[in-house]
Design a protein around this ligand. Structure first.
Ligand code: FAD
Length: 317
């Protein structure tokens, strides 16, 4: 089932969904799946699984010298999607990224996903390599998510990159990312909206936002998107704050601002156990307001932890 169909079927009721991250290379998949089992009580119709590029890591080579080699630290997205669907009877939404992959490699992944019966993909550019700082496409790969959206749209029309065989069209529902607080690389908020609109024009069916802690940012984002003629559903991405360190870490990684009120609540806490509680309470308030606003889905970034998300969901669903 497509994400947009789930939203239509819900007829105005807000749905619950989550994102999970594949374990580090070779670690136990059951631990990850067990960790989200308590969240199945809230009936997520779909679960996102992130996708990860290679990172350059230093290794001692055969000649004793340090050499940099590319390693994918978190492979397994396609397999995890298959296990998710089998174990929890949910729809899996794999992410697909430009960075680190050629268009042909991505085409093969999309064919695998299609053969698995997967109906949705979240299409992203991917972050730059940590060592590089700026995003660089792999030779033969895409530079922007919009190009990958076009590739998936083409496959939905039965068009392959270098077709030697005729293709039976895919039917992917396409999600893309949106940034209520602007994407770091965008020259301006105006340009960011322009690029988001392009992704929708090329075939994106819905948007999932970067996490935010101030609902005002989301409301302004939705209003501006509507004014720009972007009419697709805009799903808020949410993460309850859980440690004091996250005030700086999340702000840096995701380029977002914490509201002063939340910062002062967190700073008053004597331990991270208390911060976790503040995060749950803040999350409940955020979610209640978002539901009143009529958001289609509350989409939680679990980052391997589900107890706080479960406590929020218990209060709002
Ligand atoms: P794009 O839409 O390509 O935009 C990237 C930047 O380029 C923006 O600043 C945009 O304004 C600009 N831009 C776009 N088009 C043009 C153009 N034609 N000319 C000039 N500038 C342009 N990363 C992963 O590696 N794996 C994941 O699974 C993953 N999941 C994510 C899920 C969500 C919901 C979100 C919000 C992010 C996720 N990310 C993931 C992170 C994401 O890959 C990064 O935020 C990345 O830096 C941008 O991706 P994008 O798809 O938004 O890129």
């Amino acid at each position: 089932t497509k994400v947009t169909e789930f939203i239509d079927q819900a007829a105005g009721n807000t749905l619950f969904s989550i994102e999970i991250i594949p374990p580090l290379k070779g670690q136990n998949i059951n631990e990850l799946l067990n960790s989200i089992e308590p969240l199945m009580e809230f009936k997520p119709p779909f679960v996102d699984v992130t996708y990860h590029r290679e990172e350059l890591i230093d290794r001692v080579g055969p000649n004793g010298l340090i050499e940099r080699i590319p390693i994918r630290k978190r492979p397994g997205t396609v397999g995890i999607c298959a296990r998710l669907m089998e174990r929890f009877h949910v729809d899996a939404v794999p992410h697909v990224i430009c960075g680190g992959f050629t268009k042909d490699e991505t085409e093969d992944v999309l064919i695998d996903l299609h053969y698995l019966g997967i109906d949705n993909v979240l299409v992203l550019r991917g972050d730059p390599e940590k060592s590089a700082g700026v995003f660089k496409a792999k030779t033969g790969g895409h530079t922007y998510a919009s190009e990958l959206v076009k590739q998936v749209s083409n496959m939905n029309q039965g068009i392959l990159l270098n077709a030697e065989t005729e293709m039976s069209p895919t039917n992917f529902c396409i999600g893309v990312a949106g940034y209520p607080e602007k994407h770091i690389d965008a020259a301006s908020m105006d340009m960011d909206y322009e690029h988001l609109r392009k992704k929708v024009e090329l075939g994106a069916n819905y948007i999932v936002t970067q996490m935010f802690f101030d609902n005002k940012k989301y409301f302004q984002f939705v209003e501006r998107c509507r004014a720009e003629g972007i009419t697709v559903p805009i799903i808020p991405g949410l993460k309850p704050i859980a440690t004091k360190k996250q005030l700086t870490v999340l702000a840096q990684i995701f380029h977002l601002e914490f509201p002063e009120e939340l910062v002062s609540e967190v700073e008053k806490c004597a331990s991270d156990k208390e911060v976790r509680q503040v995060g749950i309470e803040w999350g409940i308030q955020q979610c209640k307001e978002l539901i009143d606003y009529g958001v289609p889905v509350l989409h939680f970034y679990t980052m391997g932890k589900s107890d706080n998300v479960a406590q929020i969901a218990k209060q709002v669903f």
